[in-house]
Design a protein around this ligand. Structure first.
Ligand SMILES: C[S@@+](CC[C@H](N)C(=O)[O-])C[C@H]1O[C@@H](n2cnc3c(N)ncnc32)[C@H](O)[C@@H]1O
Length: 204
């Protein structure tokens, strides 16, 4: 695999998942993120375009194969990044629920990869940010976790919204949130108001 193949593979993947650079950039700028952990990243290396230090974790063999070409990946990022310093990229090809040999981070990204926030919050600095969606219920688990404070959602054009947060995580009347069911089924409930991404601050 040469440099252009790495770029092609990432860009092809980005065509499937959408361009998330703006999302990561918006959160990074707002919360002054320098170091990110992305468990269940697959080959979504967009965080490295806007965050100098990134740790990706995935145990899927396709992701492990992609990250084996770390030098071409770094070259691609260094040519396309938005910050001055050279990029610092670490990939751990392992189960993220097992111990990770890493220093604490400013941001954890959780995108369609299971209960990332719950499994890896111990690596998040107090005051650090969890950016997650609720596809698998990770945002719901964070909402009802005393270690986290719900501080925002990401709206259209990657705008961070910090008002009317009480309208989220509300079920139609007569229904109540069953955390045991979410843990079992790995699926977020159908709330009245939803956002593509939710932002939590670790407060403990
Ligand atoms: C649906 S993909 C999403 C990938 C990426 N986050 C995105 O949004 O494009 C889920 C990824 O999480 C990884 N994953 C799920 N559970 C994992 C675990 N316990 N440890 C490591 N990786 C895991 C899978 O291997 C897969 O690559």
């Amino acid at each position: 695999m040469n440099k252009s193949t790495v770029a092609e593979e990432f860009l092809e993947y980005q065509d499937k998942i959408g361009d998330r650079k703006g999302l990561y950039e918006s959160v990074t700028k707002k919360y002054d993120v320098k170091r990110v952990l992305y468990p269940g990243s697959h080959i979504d290396i967009a965080p490295s375009l806007v965050i100098p230090q990134a740790i990706y974790v995935d145990n899927f063999k396709g992701a492990i194969k992609f990250f084996r070409k770390i030098e071409p990946i770094k070259e691609y990022i260094n040519e396309n990044k938005e910050y001055e310093a050279p990029c610092d990229i670490v990939f751990l090809g392992q189960d993220y629920t097992e111990a990770l040999d890493i220093e604490p981070v400013d941001l954890i990204i959780s995108q369609y990869g299971g209960f990332v926030g719950q499994a890896t919050k111990k690596y998040l600095k107090t005051g650090g940010i969890l950016l997650c969606n609720d596809s698998h219920g990770d945002a719901t688990l964070a909402k009802f976790d005393d270690d986290f404070e719900f501080i925002g959602v990401v709206g259209k054009n990657n705008k961070i919204i910090r008002t009317h947060l009480d309208t989220y995580f509300v079920l139609p009347s007569s229904q109540s949130i069953d955390l045991a069911k979410i843990n079992e089924q790995m699926k977020g409930p159908k709330y009245k108001s939803t956002a593509e991404n939710y932002i939590f601050r670790k407060i403990k």
